[in-house]
Write a protein that binds this ligand. Structure first.
Ligand SMILES: CC(C)(COP(=O)(O)OP(=O)(O)OC[C@H]1O[C@@H](n2cnc3c(N)ncnc32)[C@H](O)[C@@H]1OP(=O)(O)O)[C@@H](O)C(=O)NCCC(=O)NCCS
Length: 184
């Protein structure tokens, strides 16, 4: 297969991509949970502004990532976003799709003047994109995480605008603000 034929593209997902996006989520996680979460978040006004990106290889949908609004305390003006979930279909994993989606999303968030991006995930994977433990910024997870997950709650600054003082609790969109998404 030539490099041109193997082209990977990333673009914003529209309403017409809903079925493809949910199918990617189901296949990546082999579960309905993330597909349901994505469907809920896409319809959730408290999740806005959001960025939903779909990756296609040779025109076929292979990956999806969603970034949704997260608040860092009442009255706080910092703009924050959370990456969740990231999904790549099994046959396309470990071929750069997740990397392309995360990098594209971070660039879009920076363009939109987002100040900080959060993620709960594997530090070995997300560390390569510049995420570091969120405790360094004093940002607490919405639910008390088990100690072994402390490094998995990560953040990345996209601006040098000040964050709220103290140790704010990050409050996600209503659909994501449920303990089952945060606790083992
Ligand atoms: C985890 C996931 C999103 C990674 O996307 P991907 O397209 O497969 O990964 P990429 O090809 O961009 O990156 C590959 C690199 O990441 C590493 N990697 C892949 N999955 C990893 C994981 N779960 N944990 C740690 N590292 C991982 C690989 O070792 C590889 O490293 P290398 O470049 O040094 O060889 C994808 O495998 C997936 O959808 N898995 C199932 C769903 C899931 O677990 N999502 C987690 C995020 S909520």
């Amino acid at each position: 297969m030539t490099a041109a034929a193997d082209a990977l593209t990333v673009r914003p997902a529209g309403d017409g991509d809903r079925a493809a996006v949910l199918d990617i989520e189901r296949r990546a996680f082999d579960s309905d949970t993330e597909a349901r979460l994505v469907d809920d978040l896409l319809a959730d006004r408290t999740a806005r502004p959001l960025i939903s990106l779909i990756a296609e290889r040779n025109g076929r949908p292979v990956g999806h990532v969603l970034f949704t609004a997260i608040s860092l305390g009442e009255g706080n003006l910092a703009s924050a976003s959370i990456l969740a979930p990231l999904a790549v279909v099994p046959e396309a994993q470990r071929s750069g799709v997740g990397t392309a989606l995360v990098r594209d999303g971070l660039a879009r968030l920076a363009d939109e003047r987002c100040d900080v991006v959060l993620v709960l995930g594997d530090p070995a994977y997300y560390g390569r994109f510049g995420f570091v433990p969120a405790r360094g910024f004093g940002i607490r997870a919405p639910y008390p995480l088990p100690e072994t997950w402390n490094d998995a709650w990560m953040a990345q600054r996209l601006s040098d605008r000040p964050l709220p003082p103290g140790t704010p609790v990050a409050r996600p969109a209503r659909s994501l603000d449920r303990p089952e998404y945060w606790l083992p």
